[in-house]
Write a protein that binds this ligand. Structure first.
Ligand SMILES: Cc1ncc(COP(=O)(O)O)c(C=O)c1O
Length: 474
């Protein structure tokens, strides 16, 4: 038997202490009726501890007091512990596509009907990501798609047409390819701009708003940012561009301009674009969020502002009607990935910095692209909007042949596309881009840094560069 008295519960807040005195005394009195005096059984003590903590937290605790790493470690877990349930600590995967209809014919508010419109495992993931992106204990409306590209298409299809997308010059090649192959024919047009120069992008936006056929009056002007960019690691100043767009929106009341940030290379532990003023943020969850090269998934979170809310509303309809939804298994795997995101990414960033520094001093390297290097042209912006500089880097050697020789000669590092997994990958980008839209320099190699020992990776790169220089200097 455990002896519990009110004096043993130490609290520093007087009013709460008085309240707890009451609760504890009441509990002790009721248990003394059972002949226990002031003694509680271990089970009663446990339950009392649970209740007192609940009462203590009722008015003073909310999720905004939790740090990002705590939120991540608990992704998919119900928000508080349970008194009675043997609740699972890993959420169930709900595979049902359809749900029994109540006899009165009404599914009721929020009732589950069909998994294209809602699935509980997907909802858990969307809520977990929404909390990360919104911060301050809020949840940003979030949607999980069957891939990053399904998210891109859905977001653009959800805009009032005609649509003009201002696309960065350096951007994941899948986005301009999708526009060329699918969307241009449906009135969703695009133009490339230098998104890293805030002055240029302001002028371009102003030019569009002042032109006779102002697209933002009739349709939608989409300012698309991708930062850091793929594959040149360029950094866009999200806050300055979003501030400018917000000003423009309030000056020209009816103009419909939206900001989108593809933050795949900077997951929420590095950058949270909604907190920098963006209307929406997109992730290929296939990469860092899933984190183990075994999930295909995309997400979009929308800001709680007026524009974000209206994007979310249209996006939900588009997603449901075209069925671009993530499967329950992929959602579950992504939730599991999220739980270790902070530790994975932190280690990947540390190792990337070591590799970038090593490569930067190597005699056969022409240029290293990594925003963590002080010599990087956008280092100051990166320092302002990124908590760490990312696990992606690229570097250039003198020719395409030399790049292929380096990629051919690695051993611990693997040759593959994609990124964000536990294994370090290297890729010759130019040869995977469509020839008509090739933007990568021929001698460029892109690396996604994994969780291996940094010295093993440096050793591997050193051997590969030595071999490549022998081949190419023959
Ligand atoms: C920056 C970026 N955005 C979007 C995508 C597309 O994502 P997914 O392959 O999940 O469709 C990728 C894929 O590599 C990417 O790197």
């Amino acid at each position: 038997m455990l002896h519990i008295t009110s004096s043993k519960i130490a609290l520093n807040n007087n009013s709460r202490l008085v309240f707890l005195h009451h609760v504890v005394n009441r509990q002790l009195n009721s248990s003394s009726g059972k002949g226990g005096g002031d003694e509680l059984s271990p089970a009663e003590a446990g339950r009392l501890g649970y209740q007192l903590r609940k009462n203590l937290d009722k008015n003073s605790w909310n999720e905004s007091s939790l740090s990002l790493s705590t939120l991540l470690s608990h992704a998919g877990l119900s928000s508080s512990s349970n008194e009675n349930n043997n609740a699972p600590l890993s959420p169930p995967i709900e595979l049902a596509t359809t749900y029994e209809r109540p006899a009165d014919g009404n599914y009721g508010e929020g009732g589950l009907i069909y998994s294209r419109s809602c699935n509980p495992t997907r909802k858990l993931l969307e809520t977990a990501i929404g909390k990360l992106e919104a911060g301050h204990g809020q949840t940003a409306p979030t949607f999980a798609f069957s891939s990053g590209m399904a998210a891109v298409a859905s977001l653009l299809l959800a805009q009032k047409s005609p649509v003009k997308v201002l696309l960065p010059e350096d951007v994941y090649h899948g986005v301009p390819t999708q526009l060329h192959v699918c969307l241009n024919d449906h009135g969703i047009l695009h133009e490339s701009v230098n998104m890293t120069n805030v002055h240029d992008i302001r002028q371009t936006i102003e030019h569009h708003l002042e032109s006779k056929h102002n697209i933002a009056d009739d349709g939608t002007l989409v300012v698309w940012m991708e930062t850091p960019s793929n594959p040149l690691c360029q950094v866009t100043d999200i806050q300055s561009i979003c501030e400018f767009v917000n000003d423009m929106r309030s000056q020209k009341q009816n103009s419909n301009i939206i900001t989108v940030v593809d933050s795949t290379w900077a997951p929420p532990v590095i950058t949270r674009p909604l907190l920098l003023g963006a209307d929406s943020v997109i992730h290929s969850g296939t990469k860092y969020l899933g984190g183990h090269s075994d999930v295909l998934l995309g997400t979009i979170s929308c800001s709680p502002n007026k524009t974000g809310k209206s994007i979310a509303q249209r996006l939900k309809s588009v997603q449901t009607s075209i069925g671009a939804v993530a499967s329950p298994l992929e959602c579950w795997l992504t939730l599991r990935g999220l739980r270790s995101l902070h530790v994975r990414v932190e280690r990947q960033c540390q190792t990337a910095m070591k590799l970038a520094t090593y490569l930067d001093g190597h005699e056969h390297i022409v240029q290293v692209h990594y925003p963590g290097l002080e010599s990087h042209p956008h280092h100051a912006t990166a320092k302002h909007q990124m908590t760490m500089y990312g696990g992606m880097l690229s570097f250039e050697v003198k020719s395409e042949s030399m790049a292929m020789a380096v990629a051919g000669a690695v051993n611990t590092i693997r040759r593959a596309t994609s990124l964000g997994g536990t294994e370090t990958l290297i890729e010759h980008r130019a040869s995977i881009e469509p020839p008509e839209r090739r933007t990568s320099p021929p001698g460029l190699l892109r690396m996604s840094v994994g969780l291996e020992d940094a010295d093993d990776l440096i050793h591997d790169l050193k051997a590969a560069l030595d071999i490549a220089s022998q081949i190419c200097h023959k």
